[in-house]
Design a protein around this ligand. Structure first.
Ligand SMILES: NC(=O)c1ccc[n+]([C@@H]2O[C@H](COP(=O)([O-])OP(=O)(O)OC[C@H]3O[C@@H](n4cnc5c(N)ncnc54)[C@H](OP(=O)(O)O)[C@@H]3O)[C@@H](O)[C@H]2O)c1
Length: 223
């Protein structure tokens, strides 16, 4: 498969790029700062400089033409509410427009579990982040693309163990970035899983078993 990753130099993005290229997929890794090129190249992806804020959807559409899917793994990572709106919000809209224009059929969006703010005092900027993530989910869910929205729990940089718990709703918990990447790889290669929002945290099932169960329960059988 040919996969584009927006945010390919990021924590999940670079791990996903490595796993996909090891799997034999062809990956285009979009990154925004020239010093990140090395990280993208090291993952085996073809590097493409693209700034979700400063660049328009046309240049993204040109670079995405011929791809089978695009994964949105970018994020403002706490750099301010304006950046959150521009990257996690407007950036997702731009990616949808570009995928549509380039006739890229499938998009995977990394979102966030609404529970991540529940039961504790959250800052105004974190509440804003959750609002923006939810609005981006709504925009993608209302698009004509074949989409899957993946809501991971709290991300960690610990080594992955290839084990998760997943479903349409699971209790909030942590998950290794490495296992989120493994999960998205399986989802990308499972076309029967489409137009669903799935949550994922660390858990007992192998990633492969977990995605198989999702397909059994919620997959589109005729694909
Ligand atoms: N942290 C958590 O616990 C958590 C939980 C659930 C979901 N998530 C979501 O999971 C996703 C992946 O998280 P992560 O921690 O792996 O991300 P990350 O390490 O923060 O990486 C995000 C990447 O996006 C890039 N980016 C930011 N602005 C950009 C722009 N304007 N144009 C192009 N690229 C841009 C960043 O580049 P720069 O380094 O230049 O900024 C960075 O490489 C994010 O959407 C995040 O919101 C996070």
């Amino acid at each position: 498969m040919r996969i584009g990753i927006i945010g390919a130099a990021g924590g999940v993005g670079r791990r996903l790029a490595r796993k996909l290229t090891d799997h034999g997929d062809e990956v285009t890794g979009f990154f925004r700062r020239s010093e990140q090129e090395e990280v993208v190249v090291a993952s085996g992806a073809k590097p493409v400089l693209f700034d979700l804020v400063g660049d328009g959807p046309d240049s993204l559409a040109n670079a995405l033409a011929g791809h089978d899917a695009v994964v949105f793994a970018a994020g403002a990572h706490g750099t301010g509410t304006d950046q959150t709106s521009l990257i996690d919000g407007r950036g997702v809209e731009k990616t949808i427009v570009a995928a549509d224009a380039a006739m890229v059929p499938r998009m995977i969006l990394i979102s966030a579990m609404p529970e991540s703010g529940r039961g504790r005092e959250v800052s105004e900027s974190f509440a804003h982040y959750l609002d923006v993530k939810k609005a981006a989910d709504q925009t993608l869910a209302g698009s004509g693309l074949d989409w899957v929205i993946v809501r991971p729990g709290r991300l960690t940089d610990d080594d992955g163990n290839n084990r998760v718990a997943t479903g349409l709703a699971v209790p909030y918990g942590r998950i290794q970035r490495d296992d989120v990447a493994a999960f998205i790889l399986e989802v990308l290669h499972e076309p029967r899983l489409t137009r669903h929002i799935v949550e994922v945290v660390d858990g007992p099932s192998t990633v492969h078993e977990a995605v198989d169960t999702l397909v059994e329960l919620y997959g589109t059988p005729h694909l």
